[in-house]
Ligand binder design. Sequence first.
Ligand SMILES: Nc1ncnc2c1ncn2[C@@H]1O[C@H](C[S@+](CC[C@H]([NH3+])C(=O)[O-])CC(=O)[O-])[C@@H](O)[C@H]1O
Ligand SMILES: O=C(O)C(=O)Cc1ccccc1
Length: 252
Amino acid sequence: MSKGKSGAPEQLTDRLFATERNPEDFRFDASVARVFPDMIRRSVPGYTTIIPMIEVITEQYVQPASHCYDLGCSLGASTLAMRHGIPHRDCTLVGVDNSSAMIERCEHYIALDDHELPVTLRCEDILETELSRASVTTLNFTLQFVPPEQRLALLTRIAKATLPGGVLILSEKIRFESETEQDIQTRLHHEFKRANGYSDLEISQKRAAIEKVLIPETLAAHRDRLIQAGFDQVLVWYQCFNFVSILALKNR
Ligand SMILES: Nc1ncnc2c1ncn2[C@@H]1O[C@H](C[S@+](CC[C@H]([NH3+])C(=O)[O-])CC(=O)[O-])[C@@H](O)[C@H]1O
Ligand SMILES: O=C(O)C(=O)Cc1ccccc1
């Protein structure tokens, strides 16, 4: 892995979809991992606001002697935000991702972050990862990549592992019941990408690549399923166009 002057893995500009390419489903491989910070910042409206707020929310809900999980941690942006929000030295923080390219680079970013709370990284499927005594769990734009029929089982496991007073931070791309709203919000998202330097070709090729792997659901579907999974309260704390972040709380 090539490193820059700071010792951090070299980050490149996302040009993955800039030239005409064969249609292939999107995967979190090494070429995506290399450009990921640039890709997610330029593609997800609100991402740069949500990350620092994960620190604020973590600080509010973390409990002493509990476990915190970042499921689908990628390069650890949300993991580091959680780390900075945890004041207790007896907590554990676990980041999980099933992309070895992501985890390998994530290790470097964690090592460069000067902080005493250890972070455990697991390269495994979040559908299998062991969870217990959780105060704060984060799914920051990860559930959308889990096959819809497996989402309830995962959320139920998270809710069961969550302590009274604990939370799940769930950020997702959503779709809208109303066709008109779906069209307007999608157009605004594409305008956001254009304003960030993506061409029409990049936008349309990326759209085709993620179509079968990133499955957005409506806010109502997310709310109902979180309650069914065992959470007691569900609220939206952030929305920009078709991207939302939800807080699901467990009272008892
Ligand atoms: N079943 C799975 N098991 C483990 N990991 C998975 C699974 N499915 C997908 N992933 C992983 O979930 C991550 C989603 S990105 C998260 C951003 C990060 N949270 C951030 O705040 O920067 C969001 C995005 O790219 O839009 C990828 O690294 C996948 O490998
Ligand atoms: O780029 C898009 O259109 C998205 O919906 C967000 C995204 C960000 C990073 C990987 C896959 C999808």
